[in-house]
Design a protein around this ligand. Structure first.
Ligand code: AMP
Ligand code: MG
Length: 532
């Protein structure tokens, strides 16, 4: 039977029970050594209110749907009530930011409440993002604003429904307090509504949790954390030993490849792939200045802080994920003291990616493998074409399902019809580009004649990997604009559409449209900063 309150869940706080705690309760910013976490209480807020909840997450956690009517639910998930089952804490971690070792970072504005366990979902940690300062807050306030919290809440759930591994979001609360932010870091700070998201994941352990102990040569705590992680979250690998550490690392690498291939599939750009934002579960974590490709542009990043070098641009994500895995390998090397198994696992990144990525692209194109046929040139030709004129990635791939197989020569308009809507500037489809696009569509139709499936079967399979609905940047911004005016309905409305991203949903077709022109250059739509 589903639980009527958070306190009725089965709490089992393994992280705080089994890992070394910081002995100090001082929440002022400071180095924390030889500890995996610090005890810290969420900061009470002036007028908490519940803005949105994920019904699926209520189900996952075994909570009754009407738990949201209980004021204690809102109080707990906004940091205003800590019940005896909860052991609030902030984790200590470090990380490589933009390629450089940054030292201690830690949960500067995330406070975990503890872990709940049930049959359906296993172990899940509940964590409040934006619930006040911790020893890891450095120079910042430990708070989060409504706009970034809406983005995290919606995107976590949207990614889940797209089938992309991700941390989840249970709830979004307004705190009733105002928070000062300078959105573009250009000297125009303003007060914004404060908010708290309750995120949920088996754990929030990051690559950086291991890196911090390795950097400090604290091998004892490094081993304690690795042993805990394996025993609690990867028990199928066996009792920790040098071989098992290597097997565990291999598994992290494998999951990371799967995650990043999924990102490339749906056109998600994380924006800040620092090693402190890499989950050891291979989950997408830390939704900050992320964005979705509208027009397919491998060089695009939403993060204005990264504008110069575009380290975390869409096209670089696989390579950065690999680089991040190398940082984790370095961190756990002292536990294994042999380079070879780690090197083997890193090579697996390349070989696994080189299988998984082409397989994913073939699925997007609806190309079942045919013996002796190499589809790479067809895929590469398409990816060369798409950036030449602004082409909406989501609409284009969705449209491909309507292309018919054939060697007969369709006229130009009929050839283009299935994908025409994807072009932002159809008038640019002239001359050589038009010629090349039509040529590609002919080659593609031709290739489809080698597919044994019926057109309906093929289209159905393609529609399971090419979403119709993604959380377009401008849609999230529209929900934010309304919510900042006190009208929160669009959050639930978007969540509802994004629950079934692969379904046609003709009644919601407006949410599948191209980015409107006004959103091209608007802050929050095409440009995002880390200010959140
Ligand atoms: P991010 O790049 O958003 O993953 O954050 C990097 C680090 O900065 C993490 O340690 C965060 O906890 C911390 N941080 C980000 N924003 C805040 C904030 N408003 N208050 C305190 N710490 C923050
Ligand atoms: Mg982070």
């Amino acid at each position: 039977m589903a639980a009527a309150s958070l306190t009725d869940l089965c709490w089992d706080n393994s992280f705080t029970r089994e890992l070394p705690a910081d002995p100090s309760r001082d929440i002022r910013p400071r180095p924390v050594t030889r500890a995996a976490f610090s005890w810290v209480e969420p900061t009470p807020t002036s007028a908490p209110s519940l803005v949105a909840v994920s019904d699926e997450m209520l189900d996952e956690l075994g909570l009754r749907r009407d738990v949201v009517d209980d004021p204690r639910f809102t109080r707990a998930l906004s940091g205003n009530e800590v019940t005896p089952e909860m052991t609030p804490f902030a984790m200590c971690y470090g990380g490589h930011q933009f390629g450089n070792w940054a030292g201690q970072l830690g949960d500067g504005r995330a406070i975990a409440l503890g872990e709940v366990v049930n049959e359906r979902s296993g172990r899940q940690m509940l964590q409040l993002k934006g619930a006040g300062p911790t020893p890891y807050s450095r120079t910042a306030d430990g708070l989060a604003v409504l706009r970034s919290s809406i983005r995290e809440f919606l995107c976590s759930e949207a990614m889940h429904h797209l089938g992309v591994p991700t941390t989840r979001a249970l709830s979004l609360c307004l705190t009733g307090d105002k928070v000062m932010r300078d959105v573009l870091y250009d000297g125009h700070p303003a007060l914004e509504p404060g908010a708290v998201v309750c995120r949920v994941a088996p754990s929030f352990i990051r690559f950086g949790n291991f890196e911090i102990f390795a950097a400090r040569r604290d091998i004892d705590t490094l081993r304690t954390l690795a042993d805990y992680t394996i025993r609690t979250h990867f028990p199928e690998l066996g009792e920790p030993s040098p071989e098992v550490y290597a097997a565990w690392f291999t598994e992290v690498v494998r999951r990371t490849v799967e995650m990043v291939v999924d990102w490339q599939r749906v056109g998600f750009v994380h924006g800040v792939m620092n090693t402190d934002n890499m989950s050891i579960h291979g989950l997408t974590i830390d939704y900050g200045p992320y964005g979705w490709l509208d027009d397919y542009d491998p060089d695009w990043t939403p993060n204005t802080t990264d504008r110069q070098f575009k380290r975390y641009r869409y096209g670089a994500q696989p390579q950065i994920a690999q680089w991040n895995c190398e940082r984790l390998a370095n961190a756990i090397y002292p536990l294994i003291e042999a380079a070879e198994p780690l090197q083997d696992a890193l090579e697996l990144f390349v070989s696994h990616f080189n299988e998984a990525w082409p397989a994913m692209m073939a699925e997007k194109l609806g190309l079942a493998p045919v013996d002796g046929l190499d589809d790479r040139p067809l895929v590469e030709a398409l990816l060369d074409l798409l950036p030449r004129t602004e082409t909406d990635m989501t609409i284009f791939f969705r449209g491909l399902a309507a292309v018919t197989a054939g060697t007969d020569d369709l006229d130009e308009a009929d050839l283009l019809a299935p994908v025409l809507d994807a072009y932002y500037r159809p008038e640019e489809l002239t001359g050589e580009l038009r010629h090349a696009t039509l040529g590609w569509l002919r080659d593609y139709r031709n290739r489809l004649t080698r597919d044994d499936r019926s057109p309906e079967e093929r289209a159905a399979a393609m529609n399971l990997v090419n979403p119709k609905y993604v959380l377009r940047n401008y849609l999230a911004q529209l929900a934010i604009d309304a919510s900042e005016q006190g009208e929160h309905e669009m959050i639930a409305e978007l969540l509802d559409v994004l629950r079934r991203p692969y379904d046609e949903q003709p009644e919601n077709a407006r949410f599948a449209e191209k980015r409107p022109d006004w959103a091209r250059t608007r802050v929050g739509c095409s440009m995002l900063s880390c200010s959140s």
